[in-house]
Design a protein around this ligand. Structure first.
Ligand code: FA5
Length: 350
């Protein structure tokens, strides 16, 4: 190879090696391959050479030109990679384990009591079911032994939708579906139906310290052979003693609901005033908490279960009122207030 070309090649290699960034490398490219670059100049100088030298020299310069372009490309790639690595290294580190300086959220008191009740009933073999908030007239009333125009419908001021459906006014609306879902296992394998179904209910209420238009209930049903009122009382007592972890005064009195026979009202002594009377208990000293009873034969039959062979109980626990009593919340409306100050002070005592 021509002496001049060898010298230029060595010079090119050292300049490329010295280039520390893409800008520096571009200057090297311009100084060798640009219009006035040293390799381009060699090509231009060929016209002054004798014809016999020109061919060999031209081939050498062209080889060097290709070599220079290839080396510059390789170095470009190398520098780009280094630049990306540097950028990554200089990025702020995100460590998922770093404690946040934001204050933590908390569970709503209704969520806390709901979870607690679910845990208690699950430990006694109950399944936890979910059910929609928009239901049909059949689900909420007819399947529950409340035909159209039955006066019992007036016990709840229900929100009807224009399509004939309604906002669930009671979690009992899921009873029929649960009986149909688990009935076959009861009839075919003797597996008792044991289910709870918590949910939001809606009624057009004049609100006060213990009535809301949107509140939570938790329905429970158990159906098997020979289920009696003593079973119902056992489950109610267990639930209340687990939730409150202290002795509370309870009373059971007759109550009318078309879907149970006999039916009861289960009240607890108001824990806000200690039973002396206050706005939270409508000055009666007692709070209606969990109506219940033995499932009416018509309801069992409608759910595909023979009432001559099986019996069962059902209850409709007022979860929102339970949260009031458990956490000493005087006014039920505070629970839907969205006030973080009021709602974020409660914790699970499990
Ligand atoms: C019922 O809703 C029946 N479905 C309960 C039932 C189920 C009876 C199974 C028998 C067998 P009631 O309307 O009383 O019943 O409501 C049940 C409980 O929900 C009440 O005791 C109360 O704790 C709660 N509750 C009812 N209305 C409201 C309201 N407006 N605000 C807050 N809690 C309420």
């Amino acid at each position: 190879m021509d002496e001049r070309i060898l010298k230029l090649k060595a010079e090119l290699e050292s300049k490329i090696a010295e280039a520390k960034d893409l800008t520096g490398l571009d200057s090297v490219r311009v100084s060798f391959l640009g219009k006035k670059g040293s390799i381009t100049n060699q090509l231009k100088s060929m016209k002054d050479l004798a014809a016999e030298q020109r061919k060999a020299f031209g081939a050498d310069v062209n080889k060097l030109k290709e070599y220079a372009a290839k080396k510059i490309d390789e170095k470009t790639e190398e520098l780009k990679k280094k630049q990306i690595e540097m950028e990554i290294r200089s990025m702020p580190r995100f460590d998922i384990t770093t404690p946040s300086n934001c204050s933590c959220g908390s569970y709503h008191p209704i969520t806390l009591v709901q979870r607690q009740c679910e845990k208690i009933f699950k430990s006694m073999g109950f399944t936890v079911e979910d059910y929609s908030e928009v239901v049909t007239d059949y689900e909420c009333f007819e399947s529950l032994n409340i035909p159209k125009h039955h006066p019992a419908r007036d016990m709840q001021d229900t929100y009807y939708l224009t399509n004939g459906q309604l906002l669930k006014s009671q979690t009992s609306a899921a009873q029929n579906a649960i009986l149909k879902k688990y009935g076959p296992a009861l009839i075919n394998n003797g597996t008792p139906i044991r289910a709870i179904f918590p949910g939001r209910c809606f009624r057009n209420e004049a609100t006060d310290a213990c009535h809301e238009n949107t509140f939570f209930q938790m329905e429970g049903v158990m159906v098997d052979k020979d289920i009696s009122i003593s079973n119902l009382i056992y489950f109610m007592k267990t639930m209340l003693s687990e939730v409150f972890r202290k002795d509370i005064k309870v009373r059971l009195r007759p109550g009318f609901f078309p879907f149970v026979e006999p039916g009861f009202e289960l009240d607890i002594s108001c824990l806000i005033c200690g039973g002396t009377g206050c706005p939270s208990c409508k000055h009666s000293g007692w709070l209606e908490l969990c109506p219940c009873g033995m499932i009416h034969p018509n309801v069992l039959r409608e759910g595909g279960i023979d009432p001559d062979e099986y019996t069962g109980f059902a209850f409709g626990l007022g979860l929102t009122r339970l949260a009031m009593m458990k956490y000493g919340i005087k006014d039920i409306r505070d629970l839907n207030s969205g006030s973080l100050k009021a709602l974020s002070q409660f914790t699970d005592d499990e």
